[in-house]
Design a protein around this ligand. Sequence first.
Ligand SMILES: [Ca+2]
Ligand SMILES: [Ca+2]
Ligand SMILES: [Zn+2]
Length: 300
Amino acid sequence: MKFLSSKLCVVMAAVATLAASGTAFAAKDDVLSHRCYTVAPEAAERAAIDERLSAFRNMRKARGVEVQRAVGSVTIPVWFHVIRKGTGISNGDVPQSQIDDQIAVLNAAYSSTPFVFQLAGVDRTTNSTWYKMSPGSSAEKKAKAALRKGGPETLNLYSANPGLGLLGWATFPSSYASSPKQDGVVVKFSSVPGGTAAPYNEGDTGTHEVGHWLGLYHTFQGGCANPGDSVADTPAEASSAYGCPVGRDTCTSAAGLDPITNFMDYTDDSCMNQFTAGQVLRMDQMHQQYRTVSQPLASR
Ligand SMILES: [Ca+2]
Ligand SMILES: [Ca+2]
Ligand SMILES: [Zn+2]
C-alpha cells in the first residue's frame, strides 16, 4: 500500500494489527504517516512461497522449457470499480478519461514484463461508507464481495477515498486461495493520472499496488538483512524512501545505492520509473503459480 504523506516506515506486524482492527486503525486518523498498507506474509510463509517459486524454476529449467514468458504475451483483464459518494470528480467519480490514462500508465510501467492490461469494464457505485473504506474494514469486505468480478487472473481495481493519507493497498497472489473475494487493488481516487494527490498523481500508486498483486514486496522489506524482498537485483534498503533522495544508501554493508527509482519503494511518482529484471521474473513466476487457471504445478 501507499500513503500520501509519510515519515515512518511501519513494521509489518504493526500494520497487520492495524488492519485487523478497525478501531486501532481509526485512532491513527490524525497521524497521516504512511503511504502503503499492503501487509506482507509472515517470514515462514514468505519462505514457503519462495521455495515454491524455486521448485517451479528448477522444474522448468530441467525440462528445457523457457522460464520467463515473452514480453507482452499475457493479457490481464481489468475491472475498474469506481466507488464514489456522488457524481462529479470531487466526489470520487473518476472520469473514463482518467481510467483510460491509468490503464495506459500500467501498460507503460509493465512494458518490460509479460503483462498487458486490458480494461474489461467499469462500474460505478455510490456508497459513502464504502467510499471511506480502510484496509481490513467491514466496508472493504462488503464492497469487494458485491463488486469483484472474474477469477485469480482478473485484476479488480477499486478507487475510493480511504482517508488517513492512504494511497492504496493490495492483496498478494498467495492470498487468493483463502480469500478470493478480497483479491484486488484499492487506490485513492485522486492518485490516478491527472488527479489531485500530487506528488502522487501520475498513476504510480496503481503501478505499485499491482506490483504487490503480482507478488512483489517493498524494496525495503526485511531491511538490510537477507532475503530482503526476495529479489536479488534490488539493492537492500533499510527503510522506505520518500521524495526522491538521489544517492541514498541506508545499507552501507550491502552493495548498491537504495533502489529509490523502483516502483516498489515509496518515492514520488515522478521519481519511480522501473522494475528490475529480477522483479519481472518474480512477477511472471508468481502469476504462473497463483494466477493462471491452468494445470497445477506438478503437471507444468
Ligand atoms: Ca533485494
Ligand atoms: Ca547499499
Ligand atoms: Zn506497497
